[in-house]
Design a protein around this ligand. Structure first.
Ligand SMILES: NC(=O)c1ccc[n+]([C@@H]2O[C@H](COP(=O)([O-])OP(=O)(O)OC[C@H]3O[C@@H](n4cnc5c(N)ncnc54)[C@H](OP(=O)(O)O)[C@@H]3O)[C@@H](O)[C@H]2O)c1
Length: 269
C-alpha cells in the first residue's frame, strides 16, 4: 500500500529548523499542505519564507507544544486555514547533557515536559480530526529510546516513555483507521541553530558531533515520508540505530560492558 499524499494537510511540530523543517520540505515535495510550528517567531517566519520561496503551500502557527491550549490553537488554526488535518508529526523535542548527579531538577522537568507532554498535548488536540480523516500520527523517537545513554538520562528516559505512549495509542486507535508510527532516529546532522540544556539548565549551542556518522536531514525526512505513505509502525534509522536496537535486545550485558568502557574513557579524557 502506498498512500498518495497530494493535498493532504500536515502539522509538523518543531519545524522551524532541523529534522522538522526537513520533514516539512519532504512532505511539501509530495504535494502536502504544510503547517509549520515552533516558539520563536523569527525562526518560524524564516522557515515559512524558505518553503514559500520554493513554491510550497505553507502556513505557520507559533505555539508551545508544552501548553495544551496552544496545541488546541495550533489544530484549530489549521482547520480554519485548510479545513482538514491528515498528518500530525510530533517532532518538537529538546536535548540535555549532564550526569544525574550534576543535573539540576529543572532540567529533568523541562526535558520531560517538552518531550512527553509536548507530544501528548498535540496528539490529544488533533485526534478528533485525525479520526475523521483516517490520517497518520507519527512520532520522532531516538536510539536513546532503546538504550539509556550516559549523561543523557532525562533525554533517554523521555524517549523511552515515548515508546510506551505510542504503544498505548496504537492499541486505543485500533479499528479507527488512524495510522500510528514511530521513527527511531540515529545520529542526524544537527541544524547549526540546535541547542541543548547543560546540567545547570543553561541553553547552549549544540557542538557539531564528529565522532559518529550523521545521517543527512533530507535522508531522515525521506524515512518519515515513506513511513506515512506505507503506514509503517516502527522504523529504526541508520546503521548505528539498528546496531543499538539489536545489541540492547539480544546482547544487553555485552552492550552495557562496552558502554561502561567507552564512558570511562570519555570521562578520563
Ligand atoms: N538531531 C539528532 O541527531 C536527533 C536524533 C534522534 C532524535 N532526534 C529528535 O528529533 C527531533 C528534532 O530534533 P532536531 O535535532 O531537529 O532539533 P532542533 O534542531 O533543536 O529543532 C527543534 C525544533 O523544535 C522546536 N521546539 C522546541 N521546543 C518546542 C516547544 N516547546 N514547542 C514548539 N516547538 C518547540 C524548535 O523551535 P523553537 O525553539 O523556536 O520552539 C525547533 O524548531 C527531537 O524530538 C529530537 O529529540 C534528533
Amino acid at each position: 500500500m502506498n498512500i498518495n499524499l497530494k493535498n493532504k494537510v500536515a502539522i509538523i511540530t518543531g519545524s522551524s529548523q532541523g529534522i522538522g523543517k526537513a520533514i516539512a520540505i519532504a512532505l511539501a515535495q509530495k504535494g502536502v499542505k504544510i503547517v509549520l510550528n515552533g516558539r520563536n517567531p523569527e525562526k518560524l517566519n524564516q522557515a515559512k519564507l524558505d518553503l514559500f520561496e520554493q513554491g510550497f503551500e505553507v502556513y505557520a502557527v507559533q505555539a508551545d507544544v508544552g501548553k495544551y491550549q496552544e496545541c488546541e490553537q495550533l489544530v484549530s488554526e489549521t482547520i480554519e486555514k485548510y479545513g482538514q488535518l491528515d498528518i500530525l508529526i510530533n517532532n518538537a523535542g529538546i536535548a540535555m547533557e549532564g550526569s544525574i548527579a550534576e543535573t539540576s531538577p529543572e532540567v529533568f522537568e523541562n526535558v520531560f515536559h517538552t518531550n512527553i507532554m509536548g507530544v501528548l498535548f498535540p496528539t490529544k488536540a488533533a485526534l478528533p480530526h485525525l479520526k475523521k480523516s483516517k490520517g497518520s500520527v507519527v512520532f520522532t523517537g531516538s536510539i536513546a529510546g532503546y538504550m539509556g545513554l550516559p549523561n543523557y538520562s532525562a533525554y533517554s528516559a523521555s524517549k523511552m516513555s515515548l515508546t510506551g505512549l505510542v504503544q498505548s495509542l496504537k492499541i486505543e486507535l485500533a479499528g479507527t483507521g488512524v495510522h500510528v508510527g514511530i521513527n527511531y532516529v540515529g545520529f542526524a546532522e544537527n541544524d547549526l541553530d540546535k541547542t541543548y540544556y547543560d546540567a545547570q539548565g543553561n541553553i547552549k549551542p549544540m557542538p557539531v558531533r564528529t565522532q559518529f556518522k550523521r545521517m543527512p536531514l533530507s535522508e531522515v525526512a525521506n524515512y518519515f515520508v515513506k513511513g506515512i505513505e506505507q503506514r509503517t509502525y516502527k522504523q529504526t534509522l541508520s546503521a548505528i540505530g539498528k546496531f543499538t536496537r539489536i545489541m540492547q535486545q539480544y546482547f544487553p550485558a555485552i552492550f552495557e560492558w562496552a558502554m561502561i568502557k567507552k564512558h570511562k574513557k570519555t570521562m578520563s579524557n
